[in-house]
Design a protein around this ligand. Structure first.
Ligand code: FE2
Length: 359
């Protein structure tokens, strides 16, 4: 069965990605991928660069993003495909997360030290400073620092992530899942938009909202999936490097039951997940069907755009009008309250009044 689609990969514009977008597109071409999407975490910067290179190489490119959001206190990832990646709404998403990440990184440092692991700010910045998210010390950044410290060569806690260890296939991201993910000792809560707001954000910007790798985010909460369908998700990433065959079958079946799009993606990151290769998602259906669904979805959206008075009016909105819109879950942030959320809301208001250039 021919595999030529990969709709989930990360560039250097993700806080945990490695390669520049143009390089990723070229790597896809060398791998035989003819339809692709770079879905960076909370950032759309890669799309313009990737789109140009993909056009040059005759690869079908879908503008995309992977949004963090929450539903019933469960952290989720929501993919947006065919989005208008030039929308200011996505700049706001990035600014929101970037602001919170700087504060959360300091909290993670404190919690890591409480585990008895000595890490300095300079060591962390030496890694994060090379990337686009310079102030974001993710679990993967902590892993990279700790695993390269000579004094921790024999440290028992790090043993599973070293060559031959049980968690050594993708050591950095596994360290994140084991220590910094929801419910783990160094987890720091971030105020993400609700799933409902995330879906609206993607759809308001012309996209299709697809739940990413639910097998890992939902864990034992598969019952929540049907509720998410009623909130308006358009599809599910049934085929992911995070899914084993039973999970893939489960969500492929769920997509058919609810007449949703089915998508496939490797979730390639580069050095963070070295065992993951482009194009490998465990997909067991003909990918021409996935391609057809996505192209039909785009066609349908285009037709709706042309015929809907609401969308025609939206298309005419000036930038200044768009800037006034409250989206990306900012309203939710204020409503949920809390000192940090309130401060964030204030920052966002000043940002909306006078947008600063993204770093
Ligand atoms: Fe991802």
């Amino acid at each position: 069965m021919e595999h030529y689609i990969d709709l989930h990969m990360h560039s250097m514009y993700s806080d945990d990605g490695e390669f520049p977008p143009v390089e990723l597109v070229r790597m896809c071409q060398q791998t035989g991928i003819r339809m692709m999407a770079i879905s960076d975490h909370n950032c759309v910067k890669a799309n313009e660069e990737a789109l140009k290179e993909a056009n040059r190489l005759n690869i079908q490119y879908i503008p995309a993003i992977e949004l963090d959001c929450t539903y019933q206190s469960v952290d989720l990832h929501l993919l947006g495909y065919w989005i208008n990646h030039k929308s200011l709404d996505f700049e706001r998403v990035e600014y929101n997360i970037r602001t919170q990440e700087a504060e959360a990184s300091q909290e993670r440092l404190k919690l890591t030290r409480m585990l008895g692991l000595d890490v300095t700010e300079d060591e962390l910045t030496a890694i994060s400073g090379k990337g686009y998210w310079k102030d974001a010390w993710t679990g993967e950044v902590f892993a990279e620092v700790l695993l390269h410290k000579p004094e921790y060569a024999g440290h028992e806690m790090l043993h599973p992530y070293r060559v031959g260890g049980l968690r050594s296939d993708n050591p950095y991201v596994n360290f994140y899942w084991d220590f910094y993910a929801q419910g783990k000792p160094c987890y720091v809560k971030t105020m993400y938009p609700s799933l409902k707001d995330g879906i609206s954000l993607i759809k308001d910007n012309g996209g299709k909202a697809v739940l990413a790798h639910p097998g890992i985010n939902l864990q034992n909460r598969y019952d929540l999936f049907d509720e998410m369908v009623t909130l308006g998700i358009d599809g599910v990433e049934a085929f992911s490097s995070y899914h084993d065959e039973p999970s893939a079958k489960h969500f492929h079946g769920a997509a058919r039951k609810h007449s949703l799009l089915t998508t496939c993606g490797s979730d390639f990151h580069g050095k963070t997940k070295p065992a993951i290769r482009l194009g490998e998602s465990g997909c067991f259906v003909g990918q021409h069907e996935i391609e057809r669904q996505l192209l039909d979805a785009k066609k349908q959206e285009t037709l709706e755009d042309l015929s809907s008075p609401k969308n025609q009016a939206a298309a005419k909105r000036s930038h200044s009008e768009v800037e006034k819109r409250e989206s990306c879950g900012f309203v939710g942030l204020q409503r949920r309250g809390g000192k940090r959320a309130f401060r964030l809301a204030e920052v966002l208001r000043s940002k909306v009044a006078k947008p600063a250039a993204s770093s």
